[in-house]
Structures are given as structure tokens and as C-alpha cells.
Design a protein around this ligand. Structure first.
Ligand code: GLU
Length: 312
């Protein structure tokens, strides 16, 4: 079934306000100082369809950092740079059931390779696979890919979020040293972390994120020209990780309740897509105990039920 945009246009503002009420039950991420000031009740959404329709509601123009959503695109760039074999000899394909920043399995399960590219350990390993002469070039290449996919060359980094994360990321630093010790990182720890913190600090709004989702929904093609931006096979891999691990430890529940590929970040952003149909960008900084936007997940659930989005 195709989403009825005329119907959606009438109903979206009320559904959004209903979901916004849930924000009271969530908390804004405070462990990165640059994120802690985001308004708890902010909620915005943009939807872009493959047929060129666009809709938005709430605070969809507000800027927020990609955080973990960036892991989808660093994975895509690493796949384009190194191929499947080059990436999956350093990082696995399985969900963990542990927290996103856990180091438990790195020591418990041999050979110390991170379980998947969407947990922090896996994303740090992936950051080290991006080609480039030093962290500045690697980061610039990833920003370029994101600008291309978002169709907007003005996208950049939030320097304050970058600096505040870099100054306080003791846990990510220890993960990176573990990986280095296990010979998962070829590069040194600090240059690798610079790439990782910069990718997390790339700043977007809901419309730019929706357009990024639309490229994934189109199998890697530019939605307007039809030209290939990312090889279809790599987009297929990224979407599979989004389904199995994209919503932290609530990925199974999200697959049951919403049933579409999605990736969330601690800024409250969610990138979601209905394959072959829609790209969705959303922000709601109040997070539930699993780290996902509480109002955002509720809104996506309402929309999925209404328009029969589940892939299953
Ligand atoms: N920059 C964040 C971190 O590494 C990203 C985490 C997230 O969005 O889940 O802690």
C-alpha cells in the first residue's frame, strides 16, 4: 500500500502532538555535554516520497547531530572503499544484546572483533577502514558522501559537539584501545577516534535526513536523476543492519511494532525508510531507557500501523 500523502497531511500534526506528550517520560542524553541542552519536548518529522512528494511537521527545521545515525554512512563508505571482505574481516554481522558502548564481548568472545558496525566498537573499527591521508581527509570524504546523499552541500560539523565528545569520551577511548590491542585497528587510536567523533557531530535537520533515507529506500540511487550514488548491494547490507541492530537493544521490538529499517542516535534523531517508497527524518531528543526517541518511536508506530508500512 502506498502512503496517502493527502490523508497524511491532514492527520500528521495531530499524531505528532499526541506523540509529543510522551516526551515527558524520556530524558535528553547528558553524557556528551554538547547534547544536554536540547529541548526535551522538541519533535519534528519530514517525509520524502520516491514520487517527489514531501511533508513535514513539528520542529523539522531544528539542527541536530547525527551521532549513531552516521554509522550507517561510514559503513557504506568503508564498503565502497574496501569491499565486503575488507570490512567483514574486521567487524561482524550479528546483534549483541548488549549496550551500544559495551566492551563486554570484546574480551569474552574470541577473536575480539566487534559484533557489528552499529555498536560503538564496530563503528570505531569501521572509521579506521575509510580511505584517506589522515583523519581530516577521511572525515571530509565521509562528509562529502553525506552531502551527496542528502542533496545539500551546506551540511557541516557541529564543532562544539565534536569537541565536547572528544574531551569526555573515556569509554570510547577504552574501546578503541581494546580494538588496537586485538589488532582490529590498523590506524592509531587518536586519529581513528577523530574520524569517529567528527562523523557523530555532522549536523542535519529532518528534511536532510529524510532525503538520506530516500536514497536508501531507492536502493542507493539519486531519487531524481536515477543515477547510482551507492552500490545497491551495500545499501542492502546497511538496511539489514538497520533492521537487526539499528534501534540498539530495542531493535527486535521496533521490528515487531514498526517493521521498517531505522537507525537512531543519542541526539534523538531517527533515520527511517519504507523500501521503494519513503525516506523519513525525525528528531525528538527525549530518549527512553533503550536510548531511542520516545516520542519518535511512538510516532513511527502510529504511522506504520496507519499506512501498513511493516515489511513483515
Ligand atoms: N557519539 C556517540 C557515542 O559514541 C554516539 C552514540 C549513539 O548515538 O548511540 O557515544
Amino acid at each position: 500500500m502506498h502512503t496517502d500523502f493527502a490523508h497524511l497531511q491532514k492527520r500528521l500534526p495531530a499524531w505528532l502532538e499526541e506523540s509529543r506528550q510522551l516526551a515527558e517520560h524520556g530524558k535528553v542524553a547528558g553524557y556528551i555535554p554538547g547534547l544536554a541542552r536540547a529541548p526535551l519536548r522538541r519533535l519534528g518529522i519530514s517525509l520524502h516520497s520516491i514520487t517527489g512528494e514531501q511533508l513535514a511537521a513539528g520542529e523539522c527545521g531544528a539542527a541536530f547531530t547525527l551521532q549513531s545515525i552516521s554509522k550507517v554512512f561510514s559503513l557504506l563508505l568503508a564498503l565502497m572503499d574496501r569491499g565486503e571482505q575488507g570490512v567483514f574481516e574486521k567487524v561482524g554481522m550479528e546483534p549483541t544484546g548488549d549496550d551500544f558502548n559495551s566492551m563486554l564481548k570484546l574480551e569474552l568472545v574470541e577473536p575480539g572483533k566487534p559484533f557489528n558496525p552499529l555498536i560503538n566498537a564496530g563503528a570505531i573499527a569501521v572509521a579506521s577502514l575509510i580511505r584517506g591521508d589522515g583523519p581530516a581527509e577521511k572525515s571530509a570524504r565521509l562528509l562529502d558522501l553525506i552531502r551527496t546523499v542528502a542533496g545539500d552541500a551546506t551540511i557541516g560539523w557541529n564543532e562544539e559537539v565534536y569537541r565536547s565528545e572528544s574531551a569526555t569520551a573515556h569509554r570510547n577511548r577504552s574501546l578503541a584501545y581494546f580494538l588496537k590491542d586485538n589488532a582490529v585497528l590498523d590506524d592509531e587510536v587518536e586519529p581513528t577516534l577523530e574520524v569517529y567523533f567528527r562523523q557523530c557531530a555532522i549536523e542535519v535537520n529532518c528534511g536532510q535526513l529524510a532525503r538520506m533515507g530516500l536514497v536508501l529506500a531507492s536502493g542507493g540511487k539519486d531519487p531524481r536523476s536515477g543515477s547510482e550514488l551507492i552500490p545497491r548491494r551495500y545499501v542492502q547490507i546497511a538496511k539489514t543492519f538497520m533492521i537487526t541492530c539499528g534501534m540498539y537493544n530495542a531493535s527486535g521490538e521496533f521490528a515487531i511494532q514498526v517493521g521498517i529499517p531505522a537507525k537512531s542516535g543519542v541526539s534523538g534523531g531517527i533515520l527511517a525508510l519504507v523500501p521503494g517508497e519513503l525516506g523519513i527524518g525525525l528528531v525528538g531528543p527525549a530518549l527512553n531507557d533503550k536510548g531511542n526517541s520516545v516520542a519518535g518511536v511512538h510516532l513511527l508506530q502510529t504511522l506504520s500501523r496507519q499506512y501498513d508500512w511493516s515489511m513483515f
